[in-house]
Design a protein around this ligand. Structure first.
Ligand code: SF4
Length: 357
């Protein structure tokens, strides 16, 4: 995942608290209730030093993206600690936010001001369309935060509830009334944990149909979708080299692999039944593309793409799916999509027949 032409996004699990209720969320309800740090300030500072040093050695810029919760919700001193650590190490910053708590407008306004005061910042906002319809202060907070920053990623998480209760045109109109012509991504990356809890049904064909229809509703969404697909269909090596540039840092500074798909990014942590591929200590980033667990994951990715369930062997996207780890995504969802039978790669979006049951 790359946030633009210059910086490589590295997600860091800092804090999970969020008052949102999106059913497509990576987090469980229980996780969303807790405001304590997952990667604390001391560890975070260490992580930033490693990212800065590794980036400098390789002529790359990493952008730490603080995930998964609603970051502006945290106490200001704590938030400042994380932001300052990025600034001290001269790293750009990404911040996930939902602004979903009511009665905290002043707190939120101060947090957003503090975040934007730290220079090169991407606001990574998840919007809950149902909340947008029901609560005016929420819509104003979302509108104001996005209007105050020039570089934002905005997403709506797709779920069974979304698909059944709001048609794409209604969603597009709702979003347009609040954030105008800001492009929005439709994300559909349920974790194994949430799927096993039956938080929602998995129907990838419905998700594709919904996303395609949504992107076609407005020219700015269509243009955004085309840009994303162009970015997605570039490959520059093997899967281990992709993860060497786009990884996740979790509790105890464990390093996890990620996957890049047209449905959004997937993080291969415990929520997807995956173990860390390393731990962030001296030289860990240098050695990451050769880490035994990552090489094993790379071999499994290649193996799963060779399983000819979806016709990967003759597919024009084989190389990019190899690079971005889409074979692993296919395997992760295989127990859930057997009735629907489409892959998790670009072909699902680009080939009309691929999405037909
Ligand atoms: S787009 Fe789908 S069919 Fe093509 S290589 Fe990727 S996973 Fe396989």
């Amino acid at each position: 995942m790359n946030s633009g032409s210059k910086a490589w996004d590295v997600t860091v699990e800092v804090m999970n608290q969020c008052a949102g209720s999106c059913t497509g969320c990576t987090l469980s309800l229980e996780e969303r209730r807790h405001g304590e740090a997952v990667v604390g300030l001391g560890e975070f500072e260490t992580a930033m030093k490693h990212l800065a040093r590794h980036g400098n050695q390789h002529g790359m810029v990493f952008r730490p993206v603080l995930v998964y919760g609603d970051m502006p919700l945290m106490p200001h001193a704590m938030l400042k600690g994380y932001l300052d650590a990025c600034a001290r190490n001269e790293l750009p910053i990404g911040v996930t936010l939902t602004l979903a708590s009511e009665g905290l407008d002043e707190h939120y306004a101060e947090s957003v001001q503090m975040i934007l005061g730290h220079g090169d910042v991407v606001l990574d906002m998840t919007i809950d369309p149902f909340r947008l319809t029901a609560k005016e202060p929420y819509a104003l907070r979302v509108q104001s935060a996005l209007a105050s920053n020039g570089h934002n990623h905005v997403q709506v998480l797709l779920s069974e509830v979304m698909i059944n209760r709001m048609v794409p045109e209604e969603l597009a109109a709702q979003l347009e009334s609040v954030i105008g012509d800001h492009p929005v991504s439709i994300v559909f990356t349920p974790t194994q944990v949430n799927l096993l809890r039956r938080q929602y049904q998995f129907d990838v064909n419905e998700a594709i149909r919904y996303a395609r229809e949504f992107y076609a509703t407005r020219p700015w969404h269509e243009a955004h979708y085309r840009r994303e697909m162009k970015r997605l269909t570039c490959a520059h090596g093997d899967y281990a080299s992709f993860v060497g540039q786009a990884f996740h840092i979790g509790r105890g500074l464990d390093l996890y692999a990620t996957i890049f798909t047209p449905f959004g990014d997937l993080i291969l942590d415990g929520r997807n039944g995956m173990a860390p591929v390393g731990n962030l200590c001296d030289d860990a980033l240098e050695g990451l593309p050769r880490a035994p667990r990552l090489l094993s994951l790379q071999a499994r990715n290649a193996g799963w793409l060779r399983h000819d369930t979806y016709g990967c062997g003759t597919c024009e996207h084989y190389e990019v799916c190899s690079f971005h780890g889409v074979g692993i995504a296919n395997k992760l969802y295989s127990g859930h999509d057997s009735k629907h039978g489409t892959c998790y790669g670009p072909r699902a979006f680009t080939n009309e027949e691929a999405a037909v049951v």
